[in-house]
Every structure is written in C-alpha cells, then in structure tokens.
Design a protein around this ligand. Structure first.
Ligand SMILES: Nc1ncnc2c1ncn2[C@@H]1O[C@H](COP(=O)(O)OP(=O)(O)OP(=O)(O)O)[C@@H](O)[C@H]1O
Length: 247
C-alpha cells in the first residue's frame, strides 16, 4: 500500500466559524509526519477527524485503505491513537488501563505482555503500574497513553501532542520506539509544539495555518522553500511562516 493515511480536502466549521479549509496530506508506511501549527490552527480537529471523533463537513479520510466515514471499525482496528486529553480513566490503575485497552482492541494479553513490559521498563513506569491514572503527573499519564497506542503495533499511529509533560529521557525513548515502529512499516502522524522532537523524529512535516497546510516536505525541503538558510532550525522556518498571524 503506497498510502496508509490519506486526508483529502478536509473542511470543518464550528458554529459557522471555519477551522479547516481544505486540509490535505498523505502518509506512507514508514513515514513519520509532523503536523505543526500555532495554537488554534486546527491540529486537534484534524487528528480527531482522522479517528472519527469529529465529523468533517467535507473531505475524505482513509486509514489503511478504509474510508473512516463508511468503514470506521476497520479503519480504527489498524490504528493506534494518543488523544490530546484523557478523561474517564482516573480510577483505573495503569495496569488496568493497559489491560482494558488491550481487551477493547481484541488483543490477547499473553501475546503482547513481553512488548508491554519492555515499554513499561523503558518508560520507567514499573512503580506506577498499580497507581490510579488520576493520581499521576501529566507526563506519566502520557507514557501510559503512548504505550496503550503502541502495544498493538498498529499500521497507523495518530498522536496529538504525545510527549507533553514527558521528561527528556522519556522523549528520547518515545522517539526511538516510534521510529522503530515506522521502520517496521507503520505510518505515523503526530502534532507537536516541541520542534526539537519533531526535527529529530519526523521524516516530513506539514505546517497548518489558517485552516490549510501552507508548506510541506522534509525539514530540508521546507527550509529551502522558506529560504531561511541551511543552518536554520525548524523553529526559524515555523516562526517565519506563521509570524504574527496566530489563528
Ligand atoms: N468543539 C468545539 N466547538 C467550538 N470550537 C472549537 C471546538 N473545538 C475546537 N474549536 C476551535 O477550533 C479552533 C481549532 O482548534 P484545535 O484544537 O483544532 O487547534 P490546535 O491547532 O490543536 O490548537 P492547540 O495547538 O492550541 O492545541 C480553535 O479556534 C478552537 O477554539
């Protein structure tokens, strides 16, 4: 399959205020696509549309070849998702939460146990396994959410600000594990304001601004397009393109 995530002409308004005005991008197996943009640019709305939590007014989304509007179950069964915020799991321990997600996904615990244990060790979550999710710090919750999305080794991974609150060591673990999954053939899309992480992890980025993707490509390509010079950072490019025009 040449495209695992296909987004075409996504349009969405809230209370007649347009938020997405024709967002299009695609992600191939093995790619990690970073969706960037100022606050309110529409990143969460786009990612929620991908997993069927927001119904777009127009446009087409396919995950693993399945149209999300008509074959949502099939599309989501090959997809891992890290939401921006979680609600409702406060009174589950981390262990119960992971077991709950695995059973929802129809995974057999015995088959994923070794992988989950490896991730739990890497993210240093062992001592929190029997703590309620509601008692944990933001970064610790994020680690549990990331593990819950990775544990099925999905073909498509959709992540909204996945590393917010994570310490630098865990962010490195995150980058390594997501890269590993991509090398195994997953297509990944993530939103982030942490441009340092994006620069190291993403093979391609798209900058969302005023409801459309204003530039897209590898970091080198968008640096050339923005003519910010070969020593410029992603932050330089981002600030140049979106300067003073927060949406
Ligand atoms: N349910 C909703 N009802 C009305 N407006 C909404 C709703 N959800 C989002 N919006 C508005 O849509 C716009 C885009 O929001 P969205 O959360 O998609 O942006 P974002 O790029 O993810 O922002 P951030 O970087 O701050 O997380 C914002 O102006 C927001 O206030």
């Amino acid at each position: 399959m040449s495209t695992a995530i296909l987004v075409e002409g996504l349009v969405k308004s809230y209370n007649r205020v347009p938020v997405l005005r024709g967002v299009s991008f695609s992600v191939r197996p093995g790619e990690v696509y970073g969706l960037l943009g100022p606050n309110g640019a529409g990143k969460t709305t786009t990612l929620k549309s991908l997993v069927g939590l927001v119904r777009p007014d127009d446009g087409r989304i396919e995950l693993c070849g399945y149209n999300v509007a008509t074959h949502r179950l099939q599309a989501l069964s090959c997809t891992g998702y890290v939401p921006e915020l979680t609600v409702g799991f406060d009174y589950l321990s981390v262990r119960e939460f992971l077991e709950f997600v695995s059973s929802l996904r129809g995974l057999r615990w015995a088959e994923i146990e070794d992988y989950v244990e490896r991730l739990v060790n890497l993210f240093e979550l062992e001592r929190y396994m029997d703590e309620f999710m509601g008692k944990l710090s933001r970064g610790t919750v994020q680690k549990a959410l990331v593990i819950s999305a990775l544990m099925s080794r999905p073909k498509v991974l959709v992540m909204d600000e996945p590393t917010s609150g994570m310490d630098p060591e865990s962010q490195r673990v995150f980058r390594e594990e997501v890269s590993r999954l991509a090398r195994e053939g997953a297509a990944v899309v993530l939103s982030s304001h942490l441009l340092y992480n994006v620069e190291r992890l993403c093979t391609r980025v798209g900058i969302l601004h005023k409801g459309v993707i204003i530039t897209e490509g590898s970091i080198d390509e968008i640096r050339r397009k923005a003519a910010t010079g070969e020593n410029s950072t992603l932050e330089d490019v981002f600030l140049l393109l979106t300067r003073g025009e927060g949406y």
